[in-house]
Design a protein around this ligand. Structure first.
Ligand code: APR
Length: 313
């Protein structure tokens, strides 16, 4: 008989709970929501509430909440959303030291229970946290991946669809670099049903859309005031979970370890990857023109500084 995938989500806050919601609806597996003891029975409450939606939504899954790690044993996937989100006026980089402590302790405890899992990191600053998780886990690089590009391209795709008044279904986009405001949307590799967006949107307008994409996280922070985005981030993580548990081999922008790839020299940064049952199956190297390469290198330099500040380089 088949066995459902076991998905642990650490951090039962906005992004964690939303990821659990999307994943349950898509029947990706059984779900364990984990948070800290200070949150009391909150993870249990969210898990039970979500489970009780299953007869209406029509999904079969076991969903439990806990403040310990025993119940997470032998998970196939561990998603890390534990940490502090930013508030208006903060950059993702401002979260570095606070979230590094949290991610270190979460990864140590999670991998002790699930030594064969694939780790999906969501906590910001994303690429540095993914690098830290990789170091702490001792896992091979393919089993540690960060979520950023799926969200950032979803924002880019949304804005392109709004601009052209076409279905989001027909809009594809690519984006590289670190998950900060220096991220590098790639209009040359973005299209509507195969037609490059550079042919459909005048350059000046496209530049504005690119700028809005880069600052897309901040736009939501400024609207919410109390925290950062979670519906689109949760949906993005869910796409990655699905690619792995269903071995779909999706070609998605993810934070993946690059050494020789793109000449990065040993860092986690956003690049196109094939995501499947083994995690990062392959980093897909694409041609970059001088302008794109310069923007990518600038973004990578920002990630390198953060990883150095963590003492990991
Ligand atoms: N172990 C487990 N959970 C933790 C830990 C820890 N050591 N420390 C904090 N948490 C939990 C908090 O108790 C909280 O429930 O992480 C949860 C975070 O939830 P929110 O505050 O709602 O933050 P959220 O919007 O979900 O963002 C989480 O994702 O997108 C990134 O920048 C964002 O780094 C942030 C993370």
């Amino acid at each position: 008989m088949g066995k459902r995938a076991k998905i642990t989500i650490v951090g039962a806050g906005h992004v964690g709970a939303t990821t659990a919601h999307w994943s349950a609806i898509r029947e990706l597996g059984d779900i364990v929501l984990v948070d800290i003891p200070e949150t009391g029975d909150m993870p249990k409450g969210k898990a039970l509430d979500l489970l009780e939606s299953s007869p209406i939504a029509g999904f079969d899954a076991n969903i439990i909440g806990t403040t310990g790690y025993e119940e997470t044993k032998d998970s196939d996937i561990v998603v890390v959303t534990a940490g502090v989100p930013r508030k208006p006026g903060m950059s993702r980089e401002d979260l570095l030291n606070t979230n590094a402590k949290i991610v270190r302790s979460v990864v140590e405890q999670a991998v002790a229970q699930s030594p064969n899992c694939i780790l999906i990191i969501v906590t910001n600053p994303l690429d540095a946290m993914t690098h830290l998780a990789w170091k702490v886990s001792g896992f091979p690089t393919n089993r540690v991946v960060g979520q950023a590009g799926v969200l950032d391209t979803a924002r880019f795709r949304t804005f392109i669809a709004m601009e052209l008044k076409v279905s989001v279904k027909d809009v594809h986009a690519m984006l590289m670099g670190g998950h900060g405001d220096a991220m590098v949307p790639l209009p040359r590799y973005s299209c509507v049903s195969g037609i490059p967006v550079t042919q459909l949107i005048p350059k000046e307008r496209l530049d504005q859309i690119i700028e809005r994409t880069r600052k897309g996280g901040g736009e939501i922070v400024n609207l919410l005031k109390t925290g950062s985005a979670y519906y689109a981030p949760g949906a993005a993580v869910t796409d990655m979970i699905e690619a792995i548990v269903r071995d779909r081999r999706r070609l998605l922008p993810c934070s993946a370890y690059c050494d020789k790839e793109f000449g990065v020299g040993g860092l986690y940064v956003g690049v196109p990857v094939i995501l499947g049952g083994n995690g990062v199956e392959k980093v897909v190297e694409i041609e970059l023109n001088d302008e794109e390469r310069a923007a990518f290198e600038k973004s990578v330099a920002g990630v390198r500084t953060l990883v150095q500040q963590l003492g990991l380089l």
